[in-house]
Every structure is written in structure tokens, then in C-alpha cells.
Design a protein around this ligand. Structure first.
Ligand SMILES: [Fe+2]
Length: 358
């Protein structure tokens, strides 16, 4: 059930001067012990670190150079499923413009942003929004967001894109186009890494016409009790790939070898996640890592996530037959993308209702 609290903007709450957060934002007891000060965590230099992958050479003409670059990407995709991409080919200036435009949108008064509000109850999911409680506990996350489809062009609804600031549309359009090309490059390299034909994964996720790029700008206001809340709760991305920019305020944590690891802020990098879709196609060779977002008291955090998703119904996702053998049977049943999302929601509801049976 949707309560009034569930539809409030976190930004409104945060700027109201409250010293303690509403109970809907307080995480369950068992989760609280793992929530830490993100700035202190980000400073730590010991322990496992999210790998940094230089992808300048993954499309090199020189076969040896290319093979070496693909090997590094493969190792990171198998071990972590998340990495900082450097030399990704998207210009620093374009990234700066995307960030300036998104920040300017969120600096608009709330009433202005509300003009772009989504309406999840009626299925209008694009636009300005906040998470609605989707289970009996009413649990909420400390963030507002702006969400819209960014690519391909013929599937976009430009009436939903912000007209202020004026560079939002040009910057976001160009960025989506660049990321689409980057996605092809990465999918090609991952295909080769699996011993498949270069275009295989690209084709399996819908190709140029059907793969959807969804832009989600996450806005995490300062939180008076960051030790009790999460900006985004633990999840894996359902996408094929996700590309993330942020405003250099730490927050992302990865669940690696049984521990929460805080991602460092790497200048000029794009964070890339392997999502469930590629994990399924690769029969689990590539990993879709569990991750979450912390919030803090001192700085607003903004991140720009672009989810590259297969079409909801048109494609049945299942481990590619070449990757299955008697020794390595299929680890995932065939499901459409929509069915996969439903399955995850169902499983989560079960977890919430019967935590002791897990
Ligand atoms: Fe995510």
C-alpha cells in the first residue's frame, strides 16, 4: 500500500531540518552493523579493490595487444563483475556536460521538478520520482531520481526530458550515443573472451534496434543519520551492462568475498557493472555482483546510471548452448527479461515474509 510518506521526496525531508530519519528509512537491525562511514572507508588502501581496466586496446588491430586487453577485461568480469573503465573513449568534456546538466536539473526547486513527476501506480515509470515501498515493512531508500529511456532514438519520449537546463537534451543524447558504441565494444570483447563470435552477445541482447539504454540520475541528499539508512539497498542489476558516472562523492559498495568493499572515486573513469542478463547468457562465468549505496551527512551524492537492457518480452534469456556441457550444466532457466524481473521481485517478497527460513 502506498502511504503519504512513501510519495514524499527525500530532498524535502532532508531540507526540513530533521535530526532523526523516519522509521521507513531505518534499515533492519541485522543490516545496521555493516553500515559504516563512507568517507573513512573510501580512504582505506588495504584489502580487495574494484579493478581498474584500461580498454584502449580492446579493439586494437594488433592481435596480441587486443588479446591481452580482452584477457584483463575477462578476468575482471569473472572475478568482480564490476570495474572502473579508463580510456573508455567518452570525452571528458561530454562527461562534464552530462554532470553539469543533471546537477542543474536537481538544483531546480522541487515544484519545478514535480512537473516531471512519474506515476508508478499507473505504469508511467519515466520521470522524477522516489522509491515506493514494495513490501509490508514499508522500507524506503534515501534517494530521489530522474529516469527515462535514452536510446534508441525512435523509442525515446522527448516530452519527458527536462528542457531546463538547455544542455540537458543535447548532452544526454550525445552521451547515450557514445555509451551505445561503448556497449558494443564491451559486448564484442566479452563474446571473444567466451570463445564466441564477436557479435554474439550483442545479438543476444537485442542489437542496435532492441537494446534499450535507460538513464537514471540518482540524487542522494545529505542524511542526518547515515549510519541507519541506505541510498540504494543491496541488489544486482538486471541489465546486460550498466555504466555509471558520479560526482566524486563515495557511496557505492560491492559485496566481494563476503564483505562490503567501498569503491574508490577514480577520476575520469566510468564504472561498469556486468548485469544479470550477461551473467545468465554466460552461464555464470561473468558475475553480476551484489551492490548497494551508502549515504552521508556532509555531501549530496549524485550518480548517473545507464542501464543497457534487452527488450522485456522479445528475447528468451538463457545460458548460451556453446557454454553448456555435462560438466557445466545450465545454471539458469530460460526466462524473458520481464520474467526475470518478476522472479527477483517474488523472491524478495518471500525473503521479507519468511526471513528465518533462509
Ligand atoms: Fe545497481
Amino acid at each position: 500500500m502506498v502511504t503519504t510518506v512513501a510519495s514524499a521526496r527525500v530532498e524535502t525531508l532532508a531540507s526540513s531540518g530533521i535530526q532523526s530519519i523516519p522509521r521507513e528509512y531505518v534499515r533492519p537491525q541485522e543490516e545496521l552493523s555493516s553500515i559504516v562511514n563512507v568517507f573513512e572507508e573510501e580512504k582505506k588502501r588495504e584489502g580487495p579493490q574494484v579493478p581498474t581496466i584500461d580498454i584502449r586496446d580492446i579493439a586494437s588491430e594488433d592481435r596480441e595487444v587486443r588479446a591481452k586487453a580482452i584477457e584483463q577485461l575477462k578476468a575482471a568480469a569473472m572475478d568482480w563483475g564490476v570495474m572502473h573503465l579508463v580510456n573508455h573513449g567518452v570525452s571528458d568534456d561530454l562527461i562534464r556536460r552530462v554532470k553539469v546538466a543533471g546537477e542543474a536539473f536537481f538544483q531546480l526547486p522541487i515544484e519545478e521538478k514535480e512537473k516531471y513527476a512519474n506515476d508508478q501506480a499507473s505504469g508511467k515509470i519515466q520521470g522524477y520520482g522516489s522509491k515506493l515501498a514494495n513490501n509490508a515493512s514499508g522500507q524506503l531508500e534515501w534517494e530521489d531520481y530522474f529516469f527515462h529511456l535514452a536510446y534508441p532514438e525512435d523509442k525515446r519520449d522527448m516530452s519527458l526530458w527536462p528542457t531546463t537546463p538547455s544542455d540537458y537534451i543535447p548532452a544526454t543524447s550525445e552521451y547515450a550515443e557514445e555509451l551505445r558504441a561503448l556497449a558494443t565494444k564491451i559486448l564484442s570483447a566479452l563474446s571473444l573472451a567466451l570463445g564466441l563470435e564477436e557479435g554474439r552477445l550483442e545479438k543476444e541482447v537485442g542489437g542496435l534496434e532492441e537494446l534499450l539504454l535507460q538513464m537514471k540520475i540518482n540524487y542522494y541528499p545529505k542524511c542526518p543519520q547515515p549510519e541507519l539508512a541506505l541510498g540504494v539497498e543491496a541488489h544486482t542489476d538486471v541489465s546486460a551492462l550498466t555504466f555509471i558516472l558520479h560526482n566524486m562523492v563515495p557511496g557505492l559498495q560491492l559485496f566481494y568475498e563476503g564483505k562490503w568493499i567501498t569503491a574508490k572515486c577514480v577520476p575520469n573513469s566510468i564504472i561498469m557493472h556486468i548485469g544479470d542478463t550477461v551473467e545468465i547468457l554466460s552461464n555464470g562465468k561473468f558475475k553480476s555482483i551484489l551492490h548497494r549505496g551508502l549515504v552521508n551527512k556532509e555531501k549530496v551524492r549524485i550518480s548517473w546510471a545507464v542501464f543497457c537492457e534487452p527488450p522485456k518480452e522479445k528475447i528468451i534469456l538463457k545460458p548460451l548452448p556453446e557454454l553448456i556441457s555435462e560438466a557445466e550444466p545450465a545454471r539458469f532457466p530460460p526466462r524473458t527479461f520481464a520474467q526475470h524481473i518478476q522472479y527477483k521481485l517474488f523472491r524478495k517478497t518471500q525473503d521479507v515474509q519468511a526471513p528465518v527460513t533462509n
